[in-house]
Design a protein around this ligand. Sequence first.
Ligand SMILES: Cc1cc2nc3c(=O)[nH]c(=O)nc-3n(C[C@H](O)[C@H](O)[C@H](O)COP(=O)(O)OP(=O)(O)OC[C@H]3O[C@@H](n4cnc5c(N)ncnc54)[C@H](O)[C@@H]3O)c2cc1C
Length: 428
Amino acid sequence: MKHRPVIIGSGPAGLFSAYMLAKYGYKPLILERGEKIENRVKTVEKFWKEGTLNPESNVQFGEGGAGTFSDGKLNTSVKDKEFRNKKVLEIFVEAGAPKEILYLNKPHIGTDLLRTVIQNLRNKIIEMGGEIRYQACLTDIEIKNSTIQSITINGKEKMEVDVVILAIGHSARDTFQMLYKKQIPMEPKPFAVGVRVQHTQEMINFAQYGIFKEKLPPASYKLTFHAKGGRGVYSFCMCPGGYVVNSSSEKEHLVINGMSNFKRDTQNANSAIVVIVKPEDFQNRLFGGLEFQQELEKKAYALGHGKIPVQLLGDFMQNQKSSEFGEVQPIFKGDYELTNLQEILPNFVVQALQEAFPNFDKKIKGFAKKDSILAGVETRTSSPIRIVRQENGESKIKGLYPAGEGAGYARRHYVCCYGWNKNSRKYC
Ligand SMILES: Cc1cc2nc3c(=O)[nH]c(=O)nc-3n(C[C@H](O)[C@H](O)[C@H](O)COP(=O)(O)OP(=O)(O)OC[C@H]3O[C@@H](n4cnc5c(N)ncnc54)[C@H](O)[C@@H]3O)c2cc1C
């Protein structure tokens, strides 16, 4: 190569690409639109306290990527035939993650420890010859003869390139638009939307462990249901002893997600309960899913007057606004307001959730308790768009390698409801 490889984004996909390239002597350059983690943490905490959003550096954007404020769950249903997952866990341990992640069935790191792990990973990449630039957003690319020629950073700095790894995650909507204008092959894909539910961790522990609940670590769960009409409903990103967090990345849009610290020691368990949305719902329009997400996020912002809209499960079933909390006390990062979530969710989502909660209650006793707390809206379960790549991982545009969640091939969320057809490389 004439030029060093360039990686766009410093989430898990970008950081691990950089780590491997640096290890083998390629001196990669990472461009990250957000802040370095030390500053990003301050920006996000200020947002949770005061509500001032930085659209370039938030829970979705910045060093460490979207999962930096997360439970740091590392389990996957992808079979580890080539020991890649094991390698990832070893690199995490080398960067300071607890050694137990190497042998636990459901390893997790936690938001508090993850920060140091990311700093160590960054330092290791730099030590091995890599470089990271922050507040450096990819704003344009130049293509000639189906080959990438150059990229533009922050609308002004042009850089010639041979190889670009696009590890932009699922929230870089402006970048997706730019790639579309440049005719990069992309297609719509299924994703899921819904709400996040909070219960007391004690209730979940009892349902899962019975009399052994005092002796075992905070319990988790995984639930699936097929609603009438074939809509899949499932629990996603379950955070034992966690927080529900305002994860917005666009002004006047509101989206939530969950996180826990390493000890998972708050009073509440939370998880997203989401309903599958298919490209057919938007006549297979490329940006149909993305527009649907944005619409929901705008409505959530308006419903809660900029705060996280919240409702008790019992009131959600009755389609009425909540007025006070019950036994389950709210645990949020970011301000919240009692509302009626049915006002913003599409009918098919409301109906599927109303069918699923009683079913989940049969599997986990108390799941549909009236005072369980729901919050909206969960839209960023995965990317609504896939940046198509070939068998070798390259786009049809030579030199361009879509990677990670933004490439749209990550499939951990769909395993129970959708099948992945290896031959057609499509969900069916
Ligand atoms: C609150 C929360 C909790 C989560 N919890 C878990 C969990 O416990 N376990 C789990 O497995 N997953 C979890 N996830 C999902 C997980 O974070 C994502 O699947 C993962 O981060 C995807 O990695 P990625 O590197 O592909 O993309 P991302 O992590 O999204 O990283 C993309 C990066 O690219 C940068 N970027 C975007 N566009 C540009 C551009 N144009 N120029 C330069 N930089 C750009 C962004 O700033 C970002 O840092 C969680 C997500 C959230 C939001």
